[in-house]
Design a protein around this ligand. Structure first.
Ligand SMILES: Cc1ncc(COP(=O)(O)O)c(C=O)c1O
Length: 449
């Protein structure tokens, strides 16, 4: 049905009318300024957007789109970076349910806007969670933390701040990295370069390549580091290697930008997974940190995370925060309240916090046991190749080493979905689905080169 335009009475109506004329070129009655016909019904030829081409699906989220369309009862989605139970169901942590109940029962709570920087209590607790309860940087008020829209939003706000206020506009990201990184940084105004990270031969860290590339980066360049559980490779430096990376970066004045999307998911311990970041904070130098509660609290859709910038002095931190507010205000004004309230309720209460750590460890342990099961299933089938990297890699993902043709084969013949780089989410596997995956991998390796 065609929309009907009547004679514009107010100035805003007139603006809409002018816009309509401009956009669709419809006939106007010069006497009464009304539109006599609307010729575009049923055709897009007169749309102002008819030139818009269909964009490609996101390479990661597109996997789920394809999976949803597949009617097969044995289909398996290992593309999505979200935790699933042994029954293959999404999990809401008990501790999150409890915290939400507390919030609902508290009738003094209101739904007013948060400040631009978010919920103050959430910010303080998030900094403490990563930097440690006794962090000198926190005690000296050198850390500014702002609540952001999960990890992605924290990265984006941090990158926009750097593009505006930091003297170097080049950011080095690992090769490979999470597919959204280059887009986030480029659109924020940074120029993206890569450093070597993964060695496909050993399916481990290319430490020498990493050191060489950071060594030849220009002084002051920004370097993106995955705090733990590197996505997509599941390969992290050892603590000794982290120490070498820290020394090298500090000696060259490179600016660390940590992305922490998996604290607690890698080892099962929040403190152990925070260690690399804490090493960098302990030397008194500056850094940025993007934190996400999507995975470790299962708060994916709440979009809750934080950006922290550790500065040299409290005075600098205060000024940095004032500028972060200027980045955030025109972007989304202020962040949502619910997820931050859940996280704060859990982090500030000793019992809830302890309960969280137990549930978190259980998720990490289930992932580790899936690694073992898949490894054993491949060995039992005599699948050609050394699959020990499956148990060596850590975190949510395994970088299998399967190529894009083998991945396509597994999707077509076995209805198993994953990103074309061969990354599988161990969190999406269960004891029941391991044999199906192992069969598919075995066939892919044997039949597709
Ligand atoms: C490395 C890495 N960084 C950041 C994110 C951002 O996640 P979110 O915005 O959902 O917190 C992800 C999610 O998959 C990730 O893997």
């Amino acid at each position: 049905m065609s929309p009907e335009f009547t004679s514009p009475s107010s100035s805003s109506d007139r603006r809409i009318s002018v816009l309509a004329r401009h956009l669709v070129g419809v006939e106007m009655d010069p006497q009464n300024d009304s539109i006599s016909a609307f010729p575009t019904s049923g055709s897009d030829s007169n749309s102002a957007f008819s030139h818009v081409v269909r964009g490609p699906e996101d390479p990661i989220l597109g996997v789920t789109v394809a999976y949803n369309k597949d009617p097969s009862p044995v289909k398996l989605n290992l593309g999505v970076g979200a935790y699933r139970t042994e029954e293959g169901k999404p999990l809401v942590l008990n501790v999150v349910r409890k915290a939400e109940q507390l919030l609902v029962n508290d009738t003094s709570r209101v739904k007013e806007y948060l400040p631009i920087t978010g919920l103050a209590e959430f910010n303080k607790l998030s900094a403490k969670l990563m930097f440690g309860a006794n962090s000198p940087a926190i005690q000296e008020n050198r850390v500014t933390t702002v609540q952001c829209l999960s990890g992605t939003g924290s990265l984006r706000v941090g990158a926009e701040f750097l593009a505006k206020h930091y003297h170097q506009r080049t950011i080095y990201i690992p090769q490979p990295t999470w597919g959204n990184h280059p887009k986030i940084f480029t659109l924020a105004g940074l120029s993206v370069k890569t450093y070597r990270y993964y060695d496909p031969v050993t399916r481990g860290l290319n430490f020498q390549g990493l050191v060489e590339d950071l060594n030849s980066a220009p002084s002051g360049a920004i370097v993106l580091l995955h705090a733990c559980a590197h996505n997509p490779t599941g390969v992290d430096p050892t603590f000794q290697q982290w120490e070498q990376i820290r020394k090298l970066m500090r000696s060259k004045g490179l600016m660390p930008f940590f992305d922490s999307a998996y604290q607690g998911f890698a080892s099962g311990s929040l403190d152990a997974d925070a260690q690399p970041v804490r090493m960098f904070v302990a030397d008194g130098g500056e850094l940025l940190l993007a934190q996400s509660y999507a995975k470790n609290m299962g708060l994916y859709g709440e979009r809750i995370g934080a950006l922290s910038i550790v500065c040299k002095t409290a005075d600098v931190a205060g000024r940095v925060e004032s500028q972060l507010k200027l980045v955030i205000r025109p972007m989304y004004s202020n962040p949502p309240i619910h997820g931050a309230s859940i996280v704060a309720a859990i982090l500030k209460d000793r019992d809830l916090y302890n309960e969280w750590t137990i549930e978190l460890k259980a998720m990490a342990d289930r992932i580790i046991s899936m690694r073992q099961k898949l490894f054993e299933a491949l060995r039992a089938r005599g699948t050609p190749g050394d699959w020990s990297h499956i148990v060596k890699q850590i975190g949510m993902f395994t970088f299998t080493g399967l190529n894009s043709k083998q991945v396509a084969f597994m999707t077509k013949e076995y209805h198993i979905y994953m990103t074309s780089d061969g990354r599988i989410s161990m969190a999406g596997l269960s004891s029941k689905t391991v044999p199906h995956l192992a069969d598919a991998m075995h066939a892919a390796v044997k039949r597709v080169v």
